[in-house]
Design a protein. Structure first.
Length: 323
């Protein structure tokens, strides 16, 4: 019997059609979504014990309200608990002791999302020089929780290529909101979206060199650039509602998880932005969890005890607007 780690890989939605930087959509309004995220693991031999931890419950936030939520696990876990991690995310732990060759985790949520609050992009902190947004930049402006988002990762992600890229955009005295817009557009323009070109283990340095990747790569590049300047930036996981091409029906279950970034501002405000789609985060984005990097908020990971030598993972995500 062997102990095998399992993980729900990141599925990334194709980016929206090419667009200039957008602070909000053309017809912004509050939208209610039914979000369904189903992960099925299938093994070629029985699993005697399966431990799992998942971040699949959207957060209640200003501008986002969770109206319903449930996570169903089959086989039924022997032990299960819900809690809150150090970043305030809702997580679920489970232990399945029933022998099985297939494990299914289904998360369903009803979430109401508001458009981007223009007071965030137009507030004094956003319009002030970006240097003023350093959590440790000025006496009295420090924020202990924000400071952890300034620190580089281990192994380090802030290399020379990141520093040069950030230097070109975050020039002295530039308003923070302008710097974020320009960084978002630069990544959108300079990096090619190519599904399957990277994995969750790909380093930022590799993405900088290849100039290609998917949503989590672009979010991590933006975060590394901001941290290289002493700014606090966090990795955000969630979902993106996309519309089908004109004349085509929406394909149920064809969605995917998504990732973006957010930068801290004095007053404990966060400005979220999406480099994959060259825009600030708006009512198309459903926020699930945030942390320093992907490893803090993986949708689903765990350990199984089995003699199985192969397995398959099937992930289905659907973000259906109810309006």
């Amino acid at each position: 019997m062997t102990e095998t780690p399992v993980e729900n890989p990141v599925e990334t939605p194709a980016p929206l059609p090419p667009l200039a930087f957008s602070a909000r959509t053309a017809a912004s309004h509050t939208v209610t979504y039914r979000v369904t995220h189903t992960t099925t693991y299938t093994y070629d031999d029985s699993v005697s014990s399966s431990y799992g931890r998942c971040f699949l419950t959207p957060r209640d936030l200003p501008g986002q309200r969770v109206l319903e939520q449930q996570i169903m696990i089959d086989p039924e876990p022997t032990d299960r608990s819900e809690g809150t991690d150090a970043f305030g995310n809702l997580d679920t732990f489970f232990h399945v002791t029933t022998r099985h060759t297939q494990l299914t985790v289904n998360a369903s949520s009803l979430v109401e999302v508001d458009p981007l609050d223009e007071e965030i992009t137009g507030c004094p902190a956003a319009l002030a020089p970006w240097e003023d947004a350093r959590p440790l930049g000025q006496a009295g402006l420090g924020d202990e929780m924000a400071c952890q988002y300034v620190l580089d990762l281990r192994p380090p992600e802030i290399g020379e290529a990141v520093r040069r890229y950030a230097d070109e955009i975050l020039t002295p005295g530039k308003p923070l909101v302008t710097a974020v817009e320009e960084l978002t557009t630069a990544i959108y323009t300079d990096f090619a979206y190519r599904s399957g070109s990277t994995s969750v283990a790909t380093r930022v340095a590799d993405v900088m060199e290849r100039r290609e990747g998917v949503c989590q790569d672009f979010a991590r590049v933006a975060i590394a650039c901001l941290r290289s300047k002493g700014l606090a930036a966090r990795y955000v996981s969630g979902y993106l509602a996309t519309e089908p091409p004109p004349g085509q029906d929406r394909v149920i279950g064809a969605g995917a998880t998504h990732a973006w970034a957010a930068v801290w501002m004095p007053g404990d405000l966060w400005l979220p932005f999406d480099p994959t789609n060259n825009k600030f985060v708006d009512e198309r984005h459903v926020t699930v969890a945030w942390g320093r990097d992907y490893d803090d908020v993986a949708p689903l990971r765990g350990v199984i005890y089995t003699d199985s030598t192969s397995s398959t993972i099937d992930v289905s995500v659907d973000v259906a607007p109810l309006d």
